[in-house]
Design a protein around this ligand. Structure first.
Ligand SMILES: [Zn+2]
Ligand SMILES: [Zn+2]
Length: 876
């Protein structure tokens, strides 16, 4: 019988495989197909298009163990995680799916058979719930499966009806509920199936996708009803292993042991330590999987969720006595535990470690200061008898110390204090408004009046520039400073929209084309082209001849030379991404790019600087692909097919159902809307310009191709030749010659220092020779060669060291000022003070100063009075 989490996971998948299901891998936590969804939160997410009938699938039945993340919603407040038995951020959902194949009867049969036969749960302890009106499901449970009526309950829409959204697929559900036994629940007299205490656990939800709901709320039966089920692995493991909480299963125990080992405290010794340990165990799982899926800590979107989760774990680490970074080590144990089931974790192990470590270090720098501020605020509130933590303070914690607001809420909850969440939101909104004002905005997007006007009127243009650089088109609209006009005259700068265009509008990092638009009696110079939405291309152009009118036919011609280099650079970024992934690892993902005629820039996720060797390998790999003259193809195909073919999709980018895939034969496949060369040989040559950090975890590479790359190489060679000429050696001997010169300089510097020390010793001797004795005290007063105060002080130190016992006053001129240093040997400091001596002397040169009793310094502008100043020493 299967007991461990890993055994349960594989028992589930293999049971459904035996029953005709295809085992598919878990999809990424970052949904590739749904930009509105922050994280994959259920097994069905990767099949959404299939259920919506938007995409075909090769499989009629599938089964998965899907990693899921939930951080918001009424039952998944981050605050609860760690304090309850079953709240998690990351969890695994076991599911079986029928895409228009089997329906209720088989779904129920499979579920029951798996639970009772495969893993041996006691059928008498289980209750099935069905939707109030779903007699069909009731009858299957009762008549076909033989479940007594006492073990079947009917619930209403709230519990047993599922819908994908306001419209679309929906249907009744049936849940399987397991009774943990008397003494495990709340013990209230009314405690029964449906009670939200811990006795009756819902372990499996079977969704019967039966209807399609339209805008009016009418439900029409689906022609091919489908099945979607979900069962939390952690919960199942807890039931099978007979333990009171998910944290007591073997899915969590090894992680808790690691935490325990690291902090030297035992798990199970009491809630004060257990809760933080559970928080850390849960959050470390989320951290490992999120980073493996390419999410980096940041201040917005998914990255902010990762940051919040990490910071909450670090704060709880304080309760366990952790002082330095530790979470990356716990995440390491997650990698070890879950790699067999999730191989992507192994590939990203060191990346997870570095990203987590860096983020930890950054936050720990301010954590203590932030916690102190919280304590101060609590103390202030207590003094004032206040019960609400001010929103302004929460905002300051967020803004200055990086405390996510739910971290502050956590702290408040522990103190039984309410947080003024509305006040915090108001401060946040103020800041957002400010940043909106300070952002002047480009011409693209909502700030583009031309684009908005075109979108409203439904006008659009067809881009034909993948295949050609010339086209005839009708001028659809003209805009002068954002205002629609019927015509424009010579000298005016207008935005021109045509029904079709070969001009590539700036998007996806590639710059807009330039060129000419001309017709009968007019000519325009296109200086830029933008593409604020796929359907709208706007040319920015200057009328250089005649007048242009709406409705005229024009000939559009792209500047071919510029486009050619730009295309070479674009294809080169694809080669570069492939090379980086080959050399550095598959965690490398595009974070941004610029592709212009002058150069290319590629930003990507990676944590450390590239070694010279890695850079050389990357450059070589790109050039290999260039010299191999590989054909470049592009095609339109359904998104699912492109991803199945292994195309790199840029996460966070919204993709249409039909996408454009650019393939460099044998090297790369990317979803991309840009223009490309037909063959990599057209790139000519690839040369890296620079590599550096752009932001935490993001690197930037700049490079050139073609003629500019050759010019770059030639310039580098010329520089080297120039150096060789200066050194009077051949180019190949330059390094050796430079090494020799450097060694020579070192020797000379040493000799020079030695000479300086010698002459300083001589100087000290000269000064000491001026010593006079009066009343049993030796005094030395001397003017020395011009030097700065630091050098004078150093000299005075040496003189004092040699003086043995006595008083010292040195003066030096430096330009318009003179400097003075006084010294008193330690045996005389009870009688004389260097500070007093120097003050008196400084008065003579019209300045001031001071210091300690044994050494003091001063300065003054009356340079010519320096001898008088030095003479004051004899007065002591
Ligand atoms: Zn109860
Ligand atoms: Zn591209």
């Amino acid at each position: 019988m299967s007991k461990t989490g890993a055994e349960l996971r594989s028992a589930f998948l293999s049971y459904f495989e035996r029953n005709g299901h295809k085992i598919l891998p878990s999809a990424s936590l970052v949904p590739g197909n749904d930009p509105t969804l922050l994280f994959t939160n259920a097994g069905m997410v990767q099949f959404k298009e299939v259920f919506l009938d938007l995409a075909a699938t090769q499989w009629k039945r599938a089964t998965t163990a899907q990693r899921c993340l939930r951080v918001s919603g009424k039952h998944n407040d981050l605050e609860n995680v760690g304090y309850t038995a079953r709240h998690h951020t990351l969890f695994e959902m076991l599911g079986n799916f029928s895409f228009g194949d089997y329906f209720k009867k088989d779904a129920i049969h499979f579920a029951w058979e798996f639970l009772t036969r495969e893993i041996g749960l006691d059928g008498k302890r289980m209750t099935a719930s069905v939707f109030r009106e779903d007699d069909e499901a009731y009858d299957i449970w009762h008549k076909t499966m033989g479940l007594p009526a006492s073990q079947i309950v009917r619930f209403d829409e709230k519990d047993n009806f599922w819908a994908m959204g306001p419209t679309g697929p929906c249907g009744p559900c049936s849940e399987i509920i397991y009774d943990q036994g008397e003494g495990t629940g709340c013990g209230r007299p009314g405690c029964a199936v449906g009670c939200d205490c811990d006795r009756f656990l819902e372990i499996w939800n079977l969704v019967f996708m039966q209807f399609n709901q339209d805008e009016s709320g009418t439900k029409a039966p689906l022609p091919r009803p489908s099945i979607d089920t979900g069962m939390g692995l952690e919960r199942l493991a807890a039931v099978v292993q007979g333990v009171p909480s998910n944290y007591d299963t073997d899915l969590f125990r090894p992680i808790l042991s690691e935490i325990s080992r690291l902090c030297g405290k035992r798990y199970g010794s009491g809630p004060e330590l257990d809760a933080p340990m559970r928080v850390i165990a849960d959050h470390a799982r989320a951290v490992a999987f999120l980073i493996a899926d390419g999410v980096m800590p940041s201040n917005e979107g998914r990255g902010y969720v990762l940051r919040r989760v990490m910071r909450r774990a670090l704060r709880h680490g304080k309760k366990l006595g952790f002082e330095g970074p530790f979470l990356h080590k716990v995440a390491g144990s997650v990698v070890r535990e879950f790699s067999p089931a999730y191989p992507e974790l192994t590939n990203s192990a060191s990346f997870i470690d570095t990203v987590a470590f860096q983020e930890e270090r950054r936050f720990l720098e301010t954590l203590d200061a932030g916690l102190r501020m919280v304590e101060d605020e609590f103390a202030r509130m207590k003094g004032a008898g206040a019960g609400v933590f001010p929103g302004g303070a929460a905002f300051k914690l967020y803004d200055t110390y990086g405390f996510p607001v739910d971290l502050t809420a956590d702290l408040c909850r522990e103190r039984g204090v309410t947080l003024d969440a509305a006040g915090f939101e108001a401060e946040m909104e103020k800041q957002r408004a400010q940043s909106r004002v300070s952002w002047k905005g480009g011409e693209i997007g909502a700030h583009d009046p031309v684009a908005s006007e075109l979108a409203r009127s439904g006008a659009g243009s067809v881009f034909v520039g993948y295949e050609r650089q010339e086209a005839d088109a009708r001028i659809e609209a003209l805009f002068l400073a954002g205002v629609r006009v019927a015509s424009a005259d010579r000298g005016e700068e207008v935005d021109v929209v045509t029904d079709q265009t070969p001009f590539y509008g700036e998007s996806g990092g590639q710059v807009g084309d330039t060129g000419t638009i001309s017709g009968d009696g007019f000519s325009l110079q296109v200086t830029d082209t933008r593409r604020p939405s796929p359907e709208i291309v706007i040319h920015r152009a200057k009328v250089v001849e005649g007048a242009v009118r709406e409705g005229r036919i024009a000939h559009l011609s792209v500047d071919g030379g510029k486009r050619r280099v730009t295309q070479g650079n674009h294809t080169a970024t694809h080669l570069l991404q492939a090379a980086l992934r080959k050399v550095l690892g598959t965690h490398v993902k595009q974070a941004g790019s610029y592709v212009g005629p002058d150069k290319l820039r590629f930003d990507f996720s990676h944590f450390e600087g590239l070694s010279p060797e890695a850079l050389a390998s990357v450059e070589e790999a790109v050039n290999e692909a260039v010299f191999a003259a590989r054909p470049v193809r592009w095609e339109q195909l359904p998104y699912e097919e492109a991803v199945a073919a292994g195309a790199m999709a840029f996460f966070g980018e919204k993709y249409a159902d039909v996408v454009r895939m650019v393939t460099v034969e044998g090297v790369s496949k990317e979803l991309c809307g840009g223009t490309h060369v037909r063959n990599t040989a057209e790139i000519g040559l690839f040369r890296l310009l620079s590599e550096g950090a752009l932001a935490a975890g993001v690197r930037r590479i700049e490079a050139v191709t073609g003629l500019p790359a050759w010019r770059q190489l030639r310039q580098e060679a010329e520089t080297l030749h120039g150096v060789a000429r200066e050194l009077k050696v051949g180019g190949a001997e330059v390094p050796e010659r430079v090494r020799k010169l450097a060694a020579q300089i070192k020797t000379l510097e040493k000799a020079l220092q030695e000479a300086r020390r010698r002459s300083a010793r001589d100087l000290v001797g000269e000064i000491l020779a001026k010593a006079e004795e009066r009343g049993g005290v030796r005094r030395v007063a001397a003017e020395v060669e011009p030097m700065d105060p630091a050098a004078l002080r150093e000299l005075a130190d040496s003189v004092k060291g040699k003086l043995g016992s006595g008083l010292l006053l040195l003066g030096a001129r430096e330009g318009e000022r003179c400097h003075l240093v006084a010294g008193v040997t330690s045996d005389l400091t009870s009688k004389y003070s260097a500070s007093e001596i120097v003050k008196k002397a400084a008065a003579a040169v019209g300045g001031g100063g001071g210091g300690r009793k044994d050494m003091a310094q001063a300065g003054g502008p009356a340079v010519e009075k320096l001898p008088d100043a030095l003479a004051t020493l004899s007065g002591w």
